[in-house]
Design a protein around this ligand. Structure first.
Ligand code: E4P
Length: 232
């Protein structure tokens, strides 16, 4: 992985542990992942919400009771003033709500206004370093580069993450990088090696991150050998 550079080695300002968010609106998955003691937050989007076939607000209210960390809920309006109104409403639901705003000119204007009002934002659908730069300049608290969707069209998702980390480091932006649209554990591994702030991970991939066939074989062997010990 020659393209990788380590962000944290060269930046004393940002020494926090990488955080893991769950990328889902499914309450059972969130409850299960939270029980593992490793969950720092949740990201949702309208597609994930629609899968649950429940009312939007009630899902958000359930999530905030389970996870004490940033919970991204997406605004869907197109015009700046409408986005600001929608985001303000969403942010009033709970202090941990981060409003996801799609990357676009009206979205940038909204992020600037919301930032001055203290509403936290996550600029989503980021596919280039220049989009991330503009989002950070507008005052976004988070940007979400979609690595899997870039890989899907033969782009290089993690190369984008590396670029964004470098840009933010060059200018001391406090905007945090959420590696999103994660497709497999290697995305998370590379994110951690680069020093990305956060990876938001679907539940099936979070489970895969716990697994290794040699671990399973080792557990079975230790159990079998334990059984061979002389009994009292
Ligand atoms: C999270 O913030 C994103 O909405 C999500 O990771 C998108 O993932 P997808 O590309 O698998 O839909």
């Amino acid at each position: 992985m020659p393209h990788m550079r380590c962000y944290r080695e060269r930046s004393n300002a940002r020494l926090e542990v990488m955080r893991i968010f769950l990328d889902t609106a499914n309450i059972e998955e969130i409850r299960e992942a939270a029980s593992w003691g490793i969950l720092d937050g949740v990201t949702t989007n309208p597609t994930l919400m629609a899968k649950e076939k429940r009312e939007y607000d009630s899902i958000v209210k359930d999530i905030v009771t389970i996870v004490d960390g940033p919970i991204s809920a997406e605004a869907i309006c197109n015009k700046c003033d409408d986005i600001v109104a929608e985001a303000t409403q969403l942010s009033k639901m709970h202090e941990n709500i981060i409003v996801k705003i799609p990357m676009c000119i009206e979205g940038l204007k909204a992020v600037r206004k919301l930032s001055s009002q203290g509403v936290k934002t996550n600029v989503t659908l980021v596919f280039s370093g220049t989009q991330a730069l503009l989002a950070a300049k507008a005052g976004a608290n988070y940007v979400s580069p979609f690595v899997g969707r870039l890989d899907d069209i033969s782009g290089h998702g993690m190369k984008l993450v590396e670029q964004i980390i470098q840009i933010f480091r060059n200018y001391g932006f406090k905007t945090q990088v959420i590696v999103a649209s994660v497709r497999h554990p290697i995305h998370v591994l590379e994110a951690a090696l680069m020093g990305a702030d956060i990876a938001t991970v679907p539940f099936d991939i979070l489970k895969k991150m716990t697994q290794h066939s040699l671990t399973d074989i080792g557990i079975e062997r230790f159990k079998a050998d334990y059984e061979k010990l002389p009994k009292k």
